[in-house]
Write a protein that binds this ligand. Sequence first.
Ligand SMILES: C[S@@+](CC[C@H](N)C(=O)[O-])C[C@H]1O[C@@H](n2cnc3c(N)ncnc32)[C@H](O)[C@@H]1O
Length: 228
Amino acid sequence: MNTSLGVLRFEPPKKDHWNTLETRYDQEAKSWDKKLRRLGFCEGYRTLLAREKISVSKDRPIRIQDQGIGTGEASLALVESLFEQGVKNVDMIGVDISNEMLAYAQQKFEQRTIPFRGVKGNIESLPFQDGSIDIIISSHVLEHTQRPLKVLSESERVLAPDGTLILMMTRCNPITISIQKEWFVQCARSRKLSAVLKDFGLRDLRWPAYPSSPICNWLSFCCIARRG
Ligand SMILES: C[S@@+](CC[C@H](N)C(=O)[O-])C[C@H]1O[C@@H](n2cnc3c(N)ncnc32)[C@H](O)[C@@H]1O
């Protein structure tokens, strides 16, 4: 499974890496937004998702699931862009292994009076019905998971027919090696990822750049796909 997205993963030095990831993210939660802002991702998520109009029906609440929501910046950017397009209601679910991250996300959605449900759990096994979600956003989390292919198969299962998957991932290059080493994440090569997503029945793949920041484009890429 280590090479499942096409690249090496630095092996965690400790056997309990997967158990302690939750604690590490709990500790990161307080400073996470600062980190995102410093690297340009708050602006990056907003400008990218404002430009990439995700087509949805506007006559009912849009069911959105953010996998590894963190402090909620990516899904807030998505929701803002949907509201700009005339969507009136969203039904927002954030999944994360970190309670602290979920608490920050919840606070942001509550401040904007956007309905939000936080679910603590591992995205390798999602407690949602088949075909129940219109949009999945997964931003810099797939590379953290122990079984990324299992996550993608779960995403495909819960996405409604014609639903959209928005995937942002750490790019594989010399600059991101320090991130890989710090977090033991796997990076993806877009050619391999493209083949994997198509195998899972996703189609109409597009790879928009972050319009606002070269740093975001060095560190990360985005792929948007639809469920066939
Ligand atoms: C790099 S952060 C990204 C946060 C957010 N999506 C963003 O773009 O700012 C990864 C997040 O995924 C969560 N996470 C990592 N592995 C996970 C898993 N297997 N299931 C659910 N959440 C996970 C972490 O707790 C953390 O909040």
